[in-house]
Every structure is written in C-alpha cells, then in structure tokens.
Design a protein around this ligand. Sequence first.
Ligand SMILES: C[S@@+](CC[C@H](N)C(=O)[O-])C[C@H]1O[C@@H](n2cnc3c(N)ncnc32)[C@H](O)[C@@H]1O
Length: 272
Amino acid sequence: MNYRHAFHAGNFADCMKHALVLWLLSAMQKKPGGVFVLDTHAGLGRYDLSGPEASRTGEWQRGIARLASPPLELAEYVGLVDELGLYPGSPWLLRARLRDQDRMACCELHPEDHAVLRRLFGRDDKVAVHLRDAWEALGGLLPPKTEKRALVLIDPPFEATDEFAQLARGIKLALSRMPNAVIAAWYPIKHRAPPRQFHQALKDAGVRDVVTAELLLRAPLDAARLNGCGLLVVNPPYGFDIAADGILAALLGRLSDGEDGAGAVVERIAGE
Ligand SMILES: C[S@@+](CC[C@H](N)C(=O)[O-])C[C@H]1O[C@@H](n2cnc3c(N)ncnc32)[C@H](O)[C@@H]1O
C-alpha cells in the first residue's frame, strides 16, 4: 500500500468525484428515510494543502484552487469546502451533510491513515471507522441493519494492475447484497481501453441502470498520465444525468487548459 492521498488531495479528480457524490447524497436526501453512506476507501478525512505532501506535487493548484467564486453548478460543493476550513476528503465532506437519520461507515486499510481518521471522528456516533478491507466490507456492511437506502462510494487507489476487474467484482458483490444501493465508483482514464472494458464487464454481468460521467483534461493517449477520470453510478437518483452534465461542464471551464481532446461526457451505458 504505497498510495497516499495526501499527495493528490484537491486535484481535478478529487473535485469531480466530490462534487458529483455530494449531489448524489443531496438527491437521496429529498426523501425523509435515512441514508447509510459507505465510504470504502476513505483516506485521511481531511488534508492540509499547505503541508509537505500536497506542496510537493502542487496538484491542488490545478484543482480546487481554480474553483474560487464558482459558477452555480459548483456552488454547493465549493461552499462546503470553504466552510469546512481544512480541505475535506470524502468522509469529512459527506459527514458534514448527514442528517439526524443518516449514518456513515468508513473503511481505510492503511494503519496510519486509519488511525488519523479514527481520531478525526472521535466519538461521533454517526460515523463508524473501520480498519477493514474495502472489498470484504462491501459484502460485510451491506445491506445496513436499519436504513433501507445506501450510498456507496468506491474510490480505490488503482495501484494494482487488476483494479478495474476488482472494481467490477466489488460492484457486483454490493448489488448482490443490496440491489437498490446507489453506487458511485471512481476510475482513472489514462488510456481509453481499460475503462471501456470495465463498462463492458458490468454490462455483460447484467448490471442495469448505469450512468458514467467522465472528465478529460486531454485525449487519453499517454498511459503514464492521469488524462481524465470517471465516476460510474449504478441506480442514480432521478436527474443525475442533467446535473452531472452541468457540474462537468462547469469543472471543465475552470480546470481545462484547452489541450486537445479535453471534454466532458455523461452517458447512460445500461438502461433501467
Ligand atoms: C484514493 S484514496 C481515497 C480518497 C478518499 N475517498 C477521498 O475522496 O477523500 C484511496 C484510499 O484507499 C486506501 N486503501 C487502499 N486499498 C484499500 C483496501 N483494500 N481497503 C480499504 N482501503 C484501502 C488507501 O490507503 C487510500 O487512503
């Protein structure tokens, strides 16, 4: 486990994932019933962007730093980031929007990051922090005991060569345990082929109701670079396609340097 999110916090991929996941949670909260949020790869929870790791890469300068005075589509996300002070990772961001009836579980397998996350949430009785393997937890923590609805964020580090296949297996496992779970799975786009094979694997497995949102900073031709990223959503709440279109267009306007092949696409890849 070499991946440390502190080097990448606040980059364009983080902004995309967090803005979309926040929209998903708010959409689910239009109904009064409680939502169980499962963050399978949680990280540290929040990050000091002036610290040594973030400063070493400077990735956030080309991400969250460009979203000041945001357009309407990003206002809720950026407003929450500003309100929280230290830059929030997914657990801290989502925790800030939990209602009384909602609950969250976070898994983090890196012992040091887990310890930091556990300290961050302290005695918060809405958040359970587990030192637990994400892929195992998808089977173990779903379905939740009390809530009838769940939002599952799967955000692997993509260190292993078979991470796309693992991601597809994880989604299938989660759906076998809870068919109505809203699942948001993040993936990198370096080359075109691996994400396309991942989409096809889910379609071949019969997974229904799937929308993908992809943001490209440049054509995905150089496999050594993170040229773009995607969020694949299973069982998206009503209106996700339109909202995601607006969010991605707004992000592209701020984050793209106009390189060839930059763009944003929201696509339904499997019908309901
Ligand atoms: C991309 S980061 C997560 C960032 C976080 N979701 C956010 O948006 O702020 C991936 C995290 O997953 C952790 N991790 C890697 N493999 C894991 C596994 N099998 N189970 C749980 N956590 C894992 C890594 O230590 C790392 O902190």
